[in-house]
Each structure stands twice: as C-alpha cells, then as structure tokens.
Design a protein around this ligand. Structure first.
Ligand SMILES: C[S@@+](CC[C@H](N)C(=O)[O-])C[C@H]1O[C@@H](n2cnc3c(N)ncnc32)[C@H](O)[C@@H]1O
Length: 131
C-alpha cells in the first residue's frame, strides 16, 4: 500500500470481493485475551481495525461492551449484519484517533499495527494508551 489515500480503497475492495474472508471464529489471541480481561473484570474495550467483528463477539458474549474503529464501510455493514446494530463502530482511520473521550478498561488490536508506517504505529500506541 503506497499511501494513506489508497488504504480505504484497498480494504473496501477486499471486503467487497471476499466478504467474511477470515470466517466467523475468533482468533486464538481473542480467546486468550477474553480470559485475561475477565480475570481483570474488564467491562468495556476498544477494538481498532475491528473488521467485520469476528473478534468482537467473544467479548460481547462474556458481558464486555465493545466499541470498534474500522476504515472499511463494507466491513462495518458486515459487522452490523452478523452481530447487530448495537455495537458502536466508528468509521474512519485509526490515524485519526481519538474518536471519543472514553477511558476503556482494555484495548484489543489484532492484525492492524503492521499495516501502519512507523509514525502511525507510534501514534496508535499513544492513542491507545490515552484511552
Ligand atoms: C488484517 S485485517 C484484521 C481485521 C480484524 N482485526 C480481524 O482479525 O478479523 C485489518 C483490518 O484493519 C482495517 N484497517 C486497515 N487500516 C486501517 C486504518 N488505518 N484504520 C482503521 N482500520 C484499518 C481493515 O479494513 C481490516 O478490517
């Protein structure tokens, strides 16, 4: 991916063509993190780069409220279709965080940071820390 302006198109094209391309099972990391969060009585989390929500549901099923950030409108529509309209998902780039002023109990971020350049990565980590 060459620059910031090309990224939304890349992900829009990917989700339009391939839809739920990683299936509906959560990543192993989401299963492990859910246990960790429950141990620490986490009640609400933020998921930057939430995709179509496959990693969100395991947290929600365990009583943890999830807010997402996602650059692809199509992925957000897929998340709404499969997991309902209640979850807040901000449409935009994590490079424009913060989208709200909430202090979340936890952050779960999976398969996103490697897509950013070094300045964007540093900003994402700072923004997550501030949340
Ligand atoms: C490799 S996918 C992982 C999706 C999800 N975390 C999962 O595991 O199912 C990366 C996700 O991040 C989103 N994304 C990529 N760059 C983004 C950005 N700058 N801001 C917000 N979301 C972004 C993509 O649209 C895609 O949904």
């Amino acid at each position: 991916m060459a620059d910031e302006t090309e990224k939304p198109e890349f992900w829009e094209k990917s989700f339009t063509e391939k839809q739920e391309m990683w299936g509906f099972n959560p990543a192993g990391s989401a299963v492990l993190t859910k246990d960790f969060f429950l141990t620490h009585e986490v009640e609400n989390i933020l998921i930057p780069g939430i995709g179509y929500g496959r990693n969100a549901q395991i947290f929600r099923d365990n009583g943890i409220a999830v807010t997402g950030i996602e650059i692809s409108k199509t992925a957000i529509e897929l998340a709404r279709k499969h997991y309902g309209p209640e979850m807040t998902i901000y449409h935009g780039s994590v490079t424009n965080m913060p989208f709200d002023k909430t202090l979340y109990d936890g952050i779960f971020c999976y398969a996103l940071i490697h897509l950013l350049d070094s300045n964007e990565r540093a900003k994402l980590i700072r923004d997550c820390y501030n949340h």
